[in-house]
Design a binder for this molecule. Structure first.
Ligand code: COA
Length: 140
């Protein structure tokens, strides 16, 4: 039975999350993930990384990051053989619950333009694509 919980920062959990992302997340056009990055996230915002877990195994993830200004959703992913069963929607709902409890006014998600399956999902979750913005990036 699937349940949802916050990720913890034990080395085992962090490597399970990294492995899960390699096989199941959107990995194009972005820097590689690392244990240090997950540890930094957990230090900064310990309630951001939410997992869907089946028995002891990770089957879904989302980061509901709060930077004090906006809510940002990252690393939404569901295990490939468990998609289209509503797990993605439940992860997003949990993330939105967190944002509501923090009084966040606006939430966004970065989605690659060619990830059309994900577009359908975000649309189904009630998100609206804004075509009049582009992302501008730089390594600090
Ligand atoms: C995007 C993703 C997280 C959706 O997870 P999921 O558990 O399959 O999502 P859900 O079952 O909650 O479905 C949500 C909606 O997506 C749409 N959807 C799901 N699977 C679909 C499919 N195979 N084809 C078309 N639409 C689909 C449906 O509209 C569904 O809406 P509904 O609940 O009203 O039927 C999952 O496909 C995934 O992990 N993809 C790879 C990683 C990725 O691209 N992440 C998004 C990065 S921005």
């Amino acid at each position: 039975m699937i349940h949802f919980r916050l990720a913890n920062s034990t080395p085992n959990e962090i490597s399970a999350i990294l492995e899960f992302w390699i096989s199941n997340a959107e990995n194009g056009s972005r820097p590689n993930d690392s244990a240090e990055a997950i540890e930094a996230l957990m230090d900064q915002d310990p309630e951001a990384l939410i997992l869907a877990v089946d028995t002891d195994e990770i089957v879904g993830t989302i980061i509901a990051g709060w930077n004090g200004w906006r809510g940002g959703l990252y690393r939404l992913a569901v295990r490939e053989d468990m998609r289209s069963q509503g797990i993605g929607r439940l992860l997003v709902e949990r993330a939105l619950e967190r944002f509501r409890s923090l009084g966040v006014h606006r939430v966004d998600a970065m989605v690659l333009d060619d990830n059309e399956k994900a577009h359908k999902a975000w649309e189904a979750f009630g998100f609206v694509r804004q075509d009049n913005w582009s992302r501008w990036v730089k390594t600090p």
